[in-house]
Design a protein around this ligand. Structure first.
Ligand SMILES: Cc1cc2nc3c(=O)[nH]c(=O)nc-3n(C[C@H](O)[C@H](O)[C@H](O)COP(=O)(O)O)c2cc1C
Length: 194
């Protein structure tokens, strides 16, 4: 059976990070429920390599490998802290370097953390349109958590745990689609490189 590539990206620019913890929790739930292991790209570590390039044709080996991992993922978990009522600039820069056709039809679980519940709609007003642009498939259930739902950067709220489980159950429903899609992409790539 086709092994799916799961990639989590957290758009925080410092560590420790609630956003990174939340993306990690979703990745762990995907692993325990669906048996799929993911890679986690944390921008507090990877942003310098991305920022060395202002355009995709300027990426060095390290930056290019990160962008290729995002483009070649079959499923994405994308998280950001709310910064100034939007997602972080670091996350936007990463996606500015991703090819505009690379994410078509790919399921995306959207995740964010913020200081106030009032900015929970950042996911729907800012992140969701980004993935509509890419013609990706952001899942209906997203996960938004505020600072008081963490204890020393670990998720402490049962409601957030429930939300993570709900998002991963939705992902499970479209895994067959993701597999068919991934196989078709692999076939297309080997046809082009033959
Ligand atoms: C520069 C900056 C801007 C922020 N702007 C907002 C904001 O507009 N709305 C909000 O709810 N929280 C805002 N916050 C709070 C962060 O979103 C919140 O602390 C988040 O959980 C931090 O994530 P991290 O632990 O992954 O860095 C801001 C924090 C920083 C540092």
């Amino acid at each position: 059976m086709k092994e799916l590539r799961i990639v989590g990206i957290s758009g925080n620019v410092k560590a420790p990070s609630r956003t990174s913890t939340l993306v990690g929790s979703v990745l762990r739930q995907i692993e325990s429920e669906l048996g799929l292991t993911g890679r986690h790209i944390d921008l507090s570590v990877s942003a310098p390599a991305i920022f060395r390039a202002l355009r995709a044709d300027q990426l060095d080996t390290e930056g290019g490998e990160i962008i290729r991992a995002v483009e070649n993922a079959d499923v994405l978990v994308v998280g950001s802290p709310v910064y100034r009522a939007s997602y972080s600039g670091a996350l936007k820069h990463l996606f500015d370097l991703v090819h505009y056709e690379a994410l078509i039809g790919k399921p995306v679980i959207l995740v964010a953390t913020g200081g106030t519940p009032l900015h929970g709609l950042m996911i729907d007003h800012q992140l969701r349109p980004l993935f509509s642009f890419f013609k990706a498939l952001p899942l209906p259930t997203s996960v938004y958590a505020i600072e008081s739902e963490f204890d020393s950067y670990a998720v402490s709220s049962p409601d957030i745990q429930k939300r993570i489980r709900a998002a991963v159950r939705e992902l499970e429903l479209i895994i067959p689609h993701a597999r068919t899609f991934a196989l078709a992409r692999d076939e297309e790539q080997s046809r082009l490189s033959a």
